[in-house]
Unconditional design. Sequence first.
Length: 499
Amino acid sequence: MGSEDTAHPEGVSEGGDLRELQTWLDSHANFEQNMPARAQVPTLDRIAQLCRLLGDPQLACPVVHVTGTNGKGSTVRILSTLFAARGLSVGTYTSPNLLTVNERMARNGRPVPDDDLAAGLAALRRLEPLVDGRVTRFELLTAAAFAWFAEVAVDVAVVEVGLGGRWDATNVVRPDVCVVTNVSADHLEVLGPTLVDVAQEKAGIVKPGARLVLGETAPDLAAVFLAAATEAGAPVWQRDREFGCEANRLAVGGRLLDLRTPFGRFEDVFLALHGAHQGDNAAGALAAAEAFFDGPMPRDVVDEAFAAVEIPGRLEVVGRSPLVILDGAHNVAGAEALGRALADELPVAGERIAVVGMLRGRDPSEMLQPLAAAGIRSVVACTAPSDRGLPAGDVAAGARALGLHVDVVEDAGDAVRSALAAATDHDLVVVAGSLYVVAEARRILVAPERGDGADDEEAGGPGGHEQQRNGSRPRSSELEGWGANGSAAPQVDGPGWPG
């Protein structure tokens, strides 16, 4: 799939340049942009055949497979940071991306280089005619990630499920550890209609030979995963039994946690992430790491990793005057977590303004209610830049129903600019409701500082170089205005589908 020391110009491979190859990639069915109907028959046949043609690279290294409605992207990022701090070479596969498609596959936090990605896509273009049926965009990216991880010989791959689990393209792996963060209402039109149905789909990642780290605690939903583990002969660690977050306190720049695992206790661990919900994600990631090693994680490794973890697009601070927050909350549970964090951790003397766009299938009033409860009084409604974007007028109607002041600005980028123009230095501006809106905000507020082509849309150009690693806690010299934060390899929660 190429190598780090390539003889080809950047972004160019023997099979074509990355811009051309991404155009080819984007000609395939993209179920992140257009969610499939439940009536479509799911299958793993195409991705399995594609992987066989590549030599089954998904079997080349140990794998931790992570699913869940919310928190799986955060858990993947925390776990990858733990593995790297332990000295492992870590491959991380996530979806969707915020700025560039390179972000989806990373080694030790650094996105796949343009030339390696181009070489991998070129190889897949040559192999595609040998596959029965038309492969999807997500299948191609998943296969590309597995092939790259095998080529650069990572020690472990942390793989995030795109959507569901059982029929997700990532489910051709043979995991050493399976992680389930939680189950809540999202994508019910595909995975539902009930939460038990959703749980059954996610339980499809539980395999013989793997240990299950189970974060879902609702008895009826946990029972689905326990039954799957029993059938697979997989041992189980359950949150609030074998592991958990026993104390979760506000700290400067993050949270101070007391964590328990089957191998011991970790008290007063600083996690450099905002949001109390990250305590459960941290506990699950730590348990998964210990399940992988079948032993305790050293305290100094945990401290180093938790203090260094960065998750762009998740309560990410990108400006201070005004305080500007980007959060990819895209369902009610995510909005509730965001609302709690805004109320408890991010006080401001001035007004609170939200830039909100969302996808069809969301109830705007339900999504906005937690933000209103957290003190949001003004909403700039926009249309998420996706084929599934809910019209800005519908978002506005939901906001008005809650008694909020509303401005309608159709374009997401213009909506962000409008909110920032209206805000004073003492106000808070939060961008939320859809990862597509957050991506547009990040393109405006973060990407210009990078100077590496990240303003190119993933369908339109490479721009996949490493971003500067300033984290979500800008240095004192960077606190003036917005755009102070550029973080490597954005990894976020979001939809995907195997086809």
